[in-house]
Design a binder for this molecule. Structure first.
Ligand code: UD1
Length: 364
């Protein structure tokens, strides 16, 4: 007798989650009934829809349409809408991804309904509780039943917090996705023409962390740094950063700098190609640090710490918002030449995650 497929609900809401979902969906959908719920945390065409179209993710089955808001309001609203949906669907497991407000809301809601939670990208730590993402990931890890860790350090972090059961070293779904699209990324030279830049003759900059962009002082410092850079900089601007540049009165100054190309957020493939062809990347994003390393492009991380410590001896440098460190690092730039350093060699993360969930149901 064939057994009915178990029902897995994935909840996502923000850009880095769409990327992980894209990597996992083809494999998990073969073994489970897989329902996708979009919280609505990111809702613009370029912040959300384009990822579903370009990465061929099936359209979300449900959209909770929460939009923007303060942390409490957003978390609470996702929880109340997701709870109503879970009570209707009664899934066998809920999968949450990464460290956003959608991750924590999804995990708490499911845990309280006694639905097992799987956390994809578990165990990462910045050891800074003033980052909203650190609060989200710590709490999520402590209510999850299965913890899928991308790195050995993540496994160690969980162990240090007393979490040892069902901790799986799955590898990194983001690297799996890069492997899948590697040729498209490296062949996409059209992106250079559309941004009017030449290979390795520009820097790519991204910035959105609350700790960096929510204060007047930091925004002022970022604009200072940008004005001092003696290179062309492509700067796809995150809505949060755009809002704060306007709020603190720095928009006009930034727009007046001839070497800064301020552009709207770009699609996944264009972003990866821009990383690939850049002389270096300046970023405060977690994902982009790894993507730069995977493509052999030097990365200057505009933070004082990173959850991805493995990247630090592979061309990633922590420079905070220090102009001096940035200038020094830009002088000594060297491409690692290890383009394939993050290639997945053994079993794919998507396969490990899917087969672990299958055995979880077999064992209970
Ligand atoms: C969120 C995540 C962060 C992740 C990032 C990826 C949290 C706490 N943070 O940060 O971990 O790295 O997404 O981008 O969950 N906005 C728009 N259009 C959109 C989406 C957002 O205009 O499509 C605006 C909103 O008005 C909001 C601001 O951008 O004020 C920030 O969005 P929010 O979801 O609060 O957090 P992010 O900074 O994007």
């Amino acid at each position: 007798m064939t057994q009915k497929k178990k029902l897995i609900v994935s909840i996502v809401g923000a850009r880095p989650q769409f990327i992980k979902l894209a990597s996992l969906t083809p494999t998990i959908s073969r073994k489970f009934n897989h329902v996708i719920v979009h919280s609505g945390q990111h809702y613009d065409l370029m912040m959300s829809d384009i990822f579903f179209q370009q990465l061929e993710i099936p359209k979300a089955d449900y959209n909770l349409a929460v939009g923007s808001g303060n942390h409490g309001a957003m978390t609470g609203m996702i929880m109340s809408r997701f709870e109503a949906l879970l009570m209707k669907l009664r899934p066998d497991m809920v999968l949450v991804y990464g460290d956003t407000n959608s991750t924590l809301s999804g995990a708490l809601t499911a845990a309280k309904l006694q639905i097992p939670v799987g956390h994809v990208e578990a165990g990462l730590r910045s050891f800074r509780m003033d980052m909203p993402e650190e609060v989200n990931r710590r709490l999520t890890d402590h209510v999850a039943r299965i913890l899928f860790c991308p790195t050995a350090q993540a496994v160690k972090n969980l162990k240090n917090e007393g979490i040892r059961k069902e901790v799986i070293l799955s590898g990194d779904l983001m690297y799996e996705l890069i492997d899948h699209y590697r040729e498209k990324i490296t062949d996409n030279t059209g992106v250079l023409a559309s941004f009017e830049v030449e290979r390795q003759k520009y820097l790519l900059m991204t910035m959105h962390r609350a700790g960096n962009v929510d204060s007047y002082e930091n925004i002022r410092q970022i604009v200072n740094i940008l004005s001092e850079l003696n290179r062309v900089v492509i700067f796809p601007i995150h809505p949060r950063t755009k809002k704060n540049l306007t709020r603190f009165g720095f928009s006009r100054k930034l727009k007046s700098l001839p070497h800064i190309k301020l552009v709207e957020p770009v699609s996944y493939l264009d972003n990866l190609s821009l990383i690939n062809f850049a002389e270096a990347v300046l970023t405060d994003s977690g994902g982009i640090q790894k993507e730069a390393v995977a493509l052999g492009t030097p990365c200057l991380t505009l933070r004082d710490e990173t959850e991805w410590i493995e990247t630090l001896n592979r061309g990633n440098h922590l420079v905070g918002l220090s102009e001096k460190k940035i200038m020094r690092n830009l002088k000594g730039l060297q491409r690692s030449g290890r383009k394939n350093s993050c290639k997945i060699r053994g079993r794919k993360p998507s396969e490990i995650i899917t087969s672990t969930i299958l055995s979880f149901f077999r064992d209970i």
